[in-house]
Design a protein around this ligand. Structure first.
Ligand SMILES: C[S@@+](CC[C@H](N)C(=O)[O-])C[C@H]1O[C@@H](n2cnc3c(N)ncnc32)[C@H](O)[C@@H]1O
Length: 319
């Protein structure tokens, strides 16, 4: 085993709002809902990786291309000898583009709620970047979180890609950016943000022909069956993801295809035919609306990069 990886801090389970509480409390509400962070068990993370490769899902390839093209400038802005802290790190594919451009990056701290998957991808990254100190942190970044300073109190730069910011209501997103700013101790944050665009393009991205997004959404029920002993019939729920053009967001639901009852944690929940469970919002910003929100969170928005079609944007926010 790589000696460096043996020194990784032990994975801590996210505390506070557990999956069981979220499902039981969320199904007791009207309308029913389950927070999207619970998509990401190991299966959910792997399904998300498949989504990233779909022809309809322009987000990942556009953001990767932007990172690749502008990596030298981003590296200059982040500076030498930094510790990269990545929030919602996922597959760690995007950070590689920056690590290759940065001058002597010292440490990488990926934060993610999906612990088993994070351990796996960090092991692979460690093999490719032997000089880098790796500090994976299994944590829920929506809860108060401490990222202890490394020896030498390295300067930090943050990374928040994949337009994960779009999953939060604007006031919650602003509070989250504010909290990240605190974690970065004055360092800047690079954020990937999906943009408002042709609703047909957005609709296609969340309703792919291969049905991978549907499987990702339905995995929530499969996970509840496995982890909580629930008795959902995943085939009795439909993936439904319309674009709400007034609110600039994709809304994702699991819709009950019939009248049915489901037991979770010894509690029974009734579903009417056609009743939705809200599972995710994915808000789209304009460049201006995102910069305004970042400024309200205390950042100074600086450089912004976008592709010729203005599908996606990357923002450098100074801390
Ligand atoms: C939309 S994916 C983006 C992944 C990656 N940043 C990318 O651009 O490909 C969201 C990622 O954030 C993680 N995540 C979602 N909610 C989280 C939370 N509350 N705390 C920590 N990680 C979270 C998920 O496990 C997943 O890896």
């Amino acid at each position: 085993m790589d000696a460096r990886l043996a020194r990784i801090a032990p994975a801590k389970a996210p505390s506070g709002n557990s999956f069981a509480e979220a499902v039981v409390m969320g199904l007791a509400r009207t309308p029913k809902e389950i927070a999207c962070k619970y998509f990401y068990d190991e299966t959910g993370s792997r399904l998300f990786d498949q989504i990233c490769e779909l022809p309809e899902y322009y987000q990942t390839r556009t953001e990767r291309a932007l990172l690749q093209r502008h990596a030298p400038e981003i590296a200059r802005l982040m500076g030498p000898e930094v510790e990269i802290v990545e929030f919602g790190a996922g597959s760690l594919r995007k950070v590689r583009l920056l690590l290759d451009a940065l001058k002597n990056p010292r440490a990488y701290t990926p934060v993610d709620i999906s612990g088993d998957y994070l351990a796996d991808v960090v092991r692979a990254l460690g093999a490719d970047y032997p000089g880098l100190t790796l500090r994976p942190l299994v944590a829920d970044f929506t809860l108060p979180m401490t990222v202890p300073a490394l020896a030498g109190r390295l300067r930090r730069a943050g990374l928040f890609t994949g337009s994960t910011i779009g999953n939060f209501k604007p006031d919650v997103a602003m509070a989250l950016l504010r909290r990240m700013r605190g974690t970065l101790n004055g360092g800047g944050l690079l954020v990937g943000v999906d943009l408002v665009k042709d609703p047909r393009r957005l609709h296609a991205a969340y309703n792919d022909a291969a049905g991978i997004t549907a499987a990702f959404n339905t995995n929530l029920l499969v996970r509840a069956n496995r982890e909580l002993g629930a008795d959902f019939d995943p085939d009795a729920f439909a993936h439904y993801a319309p674009y709400n053009a007034l609110a600039h967001r994709i809304e994702m639901y699991l819709v009950s295809l019939k009248r049915q009852s489901v037991t979770v944690d010894d509690q029974r929940f009734e579903f009417a035919q056609g009743e939705p469970v809200h599972t995710e919002d994915s808000r789209k910003y304009t460049i201006e609306s995102f910069r305004e929100m970042a400024a309200r969170a205390g950042f100074s928005p600086r450089a912004v990069w976008t592709d010729p079609e203005r599908l996606f944007s990357i923002h450098w926010l100074e801390g």
